[in-house]
Design a protein around this ligand. Sequence first.
Ligand SMILES: Nc1nc2c(ncn2[C@@H]2O[C@H](COP(=O)(O)OP(=O)(O)OP(=O)(O)O)[C@@H](O)[C@H]2O)c(=O)[nH]1
Ligand SMILES: [Mg+2]
Length: 225
Amino acid sequence: VSETLFLKSSAMQRNDQVAARNRAWLAGRGVLALNLISSPGAGKTALLEAMAARWGQSLGVITGDIQMTFDAERIAKAGAQAVQIETGGSCHLTADMVAKELESRPWEGLRLMVIENVGNLVCPAGYDLGEALKVAMLSVAEGDEKPAKYPALFTRAEAVIINKVDLLPYVRFDMARAEADCRKLNPDAALFKVSCTTGEGLDAWCQYLAGKSRPPAKGGLGPME
Ligand SMILES: Nc1nc2c(ncn2[C@@H]2O[C@H](COP(=O)(O)OP(=O)(O)OP(=O)(O)O)[C@@H](O)[C@H]2O)c(=O)[nH]1
Ligand SMILES: [Mg+2]
C-alpha cells in the first residue's frame, strides 16, 4: 500500500511541476487560461462554440475526450483555434497532455485558452493543468444536488456556470438550492445562469472573462461582437 501511495504522490508532484510550467508559458504570453469541468453533456462544447463565435481566433481550445475528435471540429468550425486530445481511456487530462499541445502549434493571436476537460465531475477536479481559473459547469437537466454531491470540484471552482436554463420549465431543478450549495462550498465563486441554446446569460459570462484578461491595449480580449 505504501509503495502505491508513494507512486501516486510522485505522479502528483510531477503533474504540479508541469502545471507550473504551463502556467508560466500562458502568463508569459498574456493568455488567460481556464480549466472547464463538467459531467458529460452539460454543454462545455456548446459554450465554447458560442465563445468562438464572439472571439474567433483569439480563443484557443484544448479539448479532451476519451475517444473521438468531434468537439475540436465543432469548435474550429465556430471560428476558434482548437486541438483535440484523445486520452485513450483516462477520465481526466494531465498537465503533461496540455504541455504537449501548448508546444505543438504557434497559437498565434491567442488571448484566451480554454481547456475542455474530459466529461467527469470527480477525477478532473484533482489535477492542476496550469490554468488561472477552474470553471465548473452544471446543467439543470442533471439535478440541483450535484454541487453538494461533488464538493471537491465546486469548492475549487472560481466560477460556476449553470447551463440549459431554457429547460427549467420541463425539469425539476431547485435553482435556489443549487445556488445556496455552491455559495456554501465557495462563497467567492462567480455564478452564471446561461443557456447556450438561446444565448441567455452569455454576455455576462463573456464580460466576466474580458474583465479577467488583460486590458485590450495590452493584448486582452477584444470587444465582443
Ligand atoms: N436545451 C439545451 N441544450 C443544450 C444547451 N447547451 C448544450 N445543449 C445540448 O446538450 C448536448 C451536449 O452538449 P455538449 O456541448 O456536447 O456537451 P459537453 O459538455 O461538451 O459534452 P462532453 O464533451 O461529451 O462531455 C448537445 O446536444 C447540446 O446541443 C442548452 O443551453 N440548452
Ligand atoms: Mg464536449
